[in-house]
Design a protein around this ligand. Structure first.
Ligand SMILES: C/C(=C\COP(=O)(O)O)CCC[C@H](C)CCC[C@H](C)CCCC(C)C
Ligand SMILES: Nc1ccn([C@@H]2O[C@H](COP(=O)(O)OP(=O)(O)O)[C@@H](O)[C@H]2O)c(=O)n1
Length: 256
């Protein structure tokens, strides 16, 4: 049953985007976030914690604390029933069903703890789950598309925000250097991840062809990321979907 900890943790992580909920606290009541912030400052009182609390937006603090709470709770729930089963205090199948019941109910109960609908992280986690379920580690498609979404899109932002003064002619929010960084980092991280999985024997990579294919997938990811549709489709969805399609066309279901 220890393996159940992983889906539990992913579910807990997925709750961080606090997907579906979401009543904000009434305006007259002190917000939980400001209470957390006050406790951080007054309770722990170190300058570093106080500075962090002062700098972080209230919603981030509240959602961060709620995510930590839910993640810890998910592990605690599974671990508790693991121990009860090991000590033969609860029958194994009953233990599993109690976790079955409590996981869903406690997970739903945690929704009011969160504050905002954080779309990007939610989509990101959903794409991770989709790739695990559909592609897992035997297909290069999931590996490559997740590399583009995480590494490529991530570095476009990191580099583009800092050095992206020269904007793209068709999208004033994105820069040449951001898109070039996306292409290079997406390509490199995909190649590294393919190497990692092939060295463990999960996939076979024909390297002579793989580099050209990866360049095409990285190009597709880069183009999709920089066209001005981000307001319509989040790039945590558009980038992986586009790269899954191109990788499927180029690689098929394996890298032979
Ligand atoms: C901030 C994130 C995505 C949104 O990006 P964007 O809107 O700026 O484009 C990432 C969200 C991460 C998520 C909440 C947590 C995912 C956890 C992951 C499944 C587990 C990693 C395990 C590892 C072994 C530490
Ligand atoms: N191709 C790109 C992508 C992002 N960026 C920079 O990164 C910032 C955030 O990018 P984004 O709007 O795609 O952010 P997310 O939707 O990925 O969170 C942009 O406002 C740009 O400053 C860039 O310069 N060039």
């Amino acid at each position: 049953m220890a393996a159940a900890a992983w889906p539990g943790a992913v579910a807990a992580c997925a709750s961080s985007p606090n997907s579906l909920l979401l009543s904000r606290p009434p305006p007259h009541a002190p917000s939980p976030a400001s209470t957390i912030r006050r406790r951080l400052v007054l309770g722990f009182g170190t300058p570093a914690v106080a500075a962090l609390a002062a700098a972080a937006p209230a919603a981030v603090l509240q959602d961060g604390a709620a995510t930590l709470f839910v993640t810890t709770g998910a592990y605690a729930l599974v671990r508790t029933f693991d121990v009860l089963t090991e000590r033969r205090l609860v029958d194994k199948s009953l233990s599993r069903k109690i976790v079955h019941v409590l996981s869903g109910v406690l997970f739903m109960s945690s929704w009011p703890l969160f504050r905002e609908l954080l779309r990007g992280p939610l989509y990101y986690v959903l794409v991770l789950l989709f790739s695990v379920l559909v592609f897992w580690r035997e297909s290069p498609i999931g590996i490559v598309s997740l590399s583009m979404m995480s590494g490529g899109d991530g570095f476009a932002d990191i580099v583009g925000r800092r050095y992206g003064s020269v904007k793209l002619p068709f999208n004033e929010k994105k820069s040449w250097i951001g898109s070039i960084s996306m292409f290079i980092s997406g390509f490199l991280i995909s190649a590294i991840m393919l190497y990692y999985f092939s060295s463990l024997g999960y996939i076979h990579v024909g390297w002579a062809e793989a580099f050209g294919k990866l360049a095409l997938v990285a190009l597709a990811a880069t183009v999709v990321e920089c066209i001005p549709v981000t307001d319509v489709v989040d790039d945590n969805i558009s980038v992986p979907l586009a790269t899954m399609l191109v990788a499927f066309l180029l690689f098929g279901s394996n890298t032979q």
